[in-house]
Design a protein around this ligand. Structure first.
Ligand SMILES: *Cc1c(COP(=O)(O)O)cnc(C)c1O
Length: 367
């Protein structure tokens, strides 16, 4: 199956091969060298001098760690939500007792940084702003640098879900003043699922020391202290560490800037190709994502039939709509180990399946 979904993504063969290596002692020198190497490479990709910690978890684990370490029950939080994943991190904060005020946008739109500034002026006691950098459910990238600039005018922490952006869309952790940034191995890193990463700024560590939300597996101060010994507190997913180390080699060989440029090209190609089939994009073009494209299901066509037709006839996996967008959009993931040809192949499969379902293609797209 060819994965054109927003994670897991295709993985280079050299990365997959690492998954069959024999296990090692996670309390021995070999693992210490491995986690040190990975941590340094991750810092380069995050463009940070702060700590980056790896957790055996999916991205949601990193989001949970990003909340429970830095907040106390009763804290006021601004949850910027432009879709399904913005709601997820807001829900996590609420589950642990934060008072979350949601600042939402219509699906397909980003948040206006000025609205963030206004919301913070109305609520000067806000302790943190939760923001999704790239909203995978709608294919929209929030203007993170500008949003962070508004938050930095206050004392609130900037806690970022960069799960589907980092390594594919530029994230400048230190330059933009991001306090906590979460991501996961199965997204643009082009590794298998199983590891999550989270960065922690000095400001965030200061908040961590007084934050009272309960935490044990997600305690990042413990993770940092174990990392100084070249270990993790609990048994890590050793095979994924092997794979991620190789994925980071592949990424550094391509070059981070080149990988980001490739994702920019893939995003443009996916959007232009969808439009040439007479399809409408969900995202406002000025904020459209370069790692995932959400396409509106044409009127009178069954969205599930598009996804299953492309799977059954072409062996290509697309994603359906999530939450309130179920049945209304389908999504093409173009992050990780993906080429221009992969996008063209997916678009041509979509064209054939749509034609079979009675969608009228523009004359220029018939052949
Ligand atoms: C995939 C994704 C997540 C969730 O990651 P899991 O690894 O499935 O827990 C969170 N946020 C965004 C933006 C994502 O794309």
């Amino acid at each position: 199956m060819k994965l054109r979904i927003p994670g897991p993504t295709p993985v280079p063969a050299s990365v997959l091969a690492q998954m069959s290596r024999p296990m090692i002692n996670h309390r021995g020198p070999e693992f210490a060298a491995l986690i040190a190497e990975i941590t340094e490479a991750l810092k380069r990709c995050y463009r940070t001098r702060s700590d980056v910690l790896t957790l055996t978890a999916s991205g949601t684990g990193a989001l949970e760690a990003g909340v429970v370490n830095f907040l106390s029950p009763g804290d006021r939080v601004l949850g910027i939500t432009i879709g399904f994943f913005g709601d997820r991190i807001a829900d996590i904060a609420e589950s642990y007792g934060a008072i979350v005020h949601r600042l939402a946008a219509e699906p397909g739109n980003a948040i206006d940084p000025n609205a963030v500034r206004d919301a913070l002026r109305r609520a000067p006691d806000t302790r943190a702003v939760l923001v999704t950098h790239n909203e995978s459910s709608t294919g929209v990238t929030n203007p993170l640098a500008e949003i962070a600039r508004m938050v930095r005018e206050t004392d609130a922490l900037v806690i970022v879900d960069a799960v589907s952006s980092l390594a594919g869309i530029d994230v400048r952790t230190d330059e933009w003043g991001l306090d906590v940034v979460a991501t996961a191995s199965q997204k643009a890193w082009a590794a298998p699922p199983g590891l999550a990463m989270v960065s922690v700024s000095e400001r965030a560590w200061a908040a961590q020391r007084i934050a009272r939300m309960p935490r044990y597996y997600w305690d990042l101060a413990a993770a940092k202290s174990w990392l100084t010994r070249g270990q993790t507190q609990a048994t890590p997913a050793i095979s994924i560490y092997f794979a991620l180390a190789e994925a980071l080699h592949v990424l550094e060989q391509e070059g981070l800037d080149q990988a980001i440029a490739r994702h920019t090209r893939l995003g443009q190609r996916a959007r232009a190709g969808a439009c040439s089939l007479g399809l409408e994009l969900l995202a406002d073009p000025s904020v459209a994502s370069n790692t995932v494209t959400a396409i509106r299901v044409p009127v009178g066509i069954d969205g599930n039939a598009i996804v299953s037709g492309v799977r059954d006839r072409f062996g290509i996996e697309l994603a359906g709509g999530q939450g309130s967008l179920a049945g209304k959009v389908f999504r093409v993931g173009h992050l990780g180990w993906v080429t221009d040809g992969d996008i063209d192949e997916a678009l041509s499969a979509i064209r054939d399946v749509l034609a079979g379902l009675g969608h009228r293609l523009p004359t220029t797209a018939r052949n």
